[in-house]
Write a protein that binds this ligand. Sequence first.
Ligand SMILES: [Fe+2]
Length: 210
Amino acid sequence: MDLESVMGCLNQDGWAVFDSTVVLPEIVIENLGHIIMENDVSIDVGSRSLVRSNKALPPHTDHHLVEYILWYCHEQDVAGGDSILVDGIEVFDRQSQADKDILKSIHLMEHCVFEGDLTQHPMVSEERDNLSLYYSFWMAEGLSELQRNAFDRFTKSVMETEPERFKLPQYWCLVINNKRIFHGRTALSEDSDRFLKRYWISSSKHKKLE
Ligand SMILES: [Fe+2]
């Protein structure tokens, strides 16, 4: 395993896992861009955030400005906490042409995190023939009936897709292309010690809102 094979997997499959004692995460990050946000992913029962709960997370993308997400596993859960990955572009390609066109008209809600953020973002963006997805099924509001039906069919396809599923070992990293690969996790044990560091990476710099 070396940097080249990590970058190769990431380009080809949209995700890669690697041993942080063999390939340094900071070198991978340096190759991908800048860290625009850094978070602890651990259980906090007092938090209202779904990520900080012990609940399962269905496949989704993070903020649209995040091009890559890297998780560094410091401590893994004994029972749960498997990573779940679904290739969103592959699911999108399987939809009918009519549904694809409707999905391109959908805007999903988005939390304002960085300066200039709006409260919503298109689900599908096309940049130089490259499709980018922004997707969380719980962020869909105010859709027309036509949009809702196409969106629900898309979500059903996501849920029915056999995901990549694995448990990230301690001191290993998972890195994904956030515009292509949807990520989730299985539920954690109630008193889980699972502790991941999550890095949001972008090729351009973005200022966080106060
Ligand atoms: Fe997420």
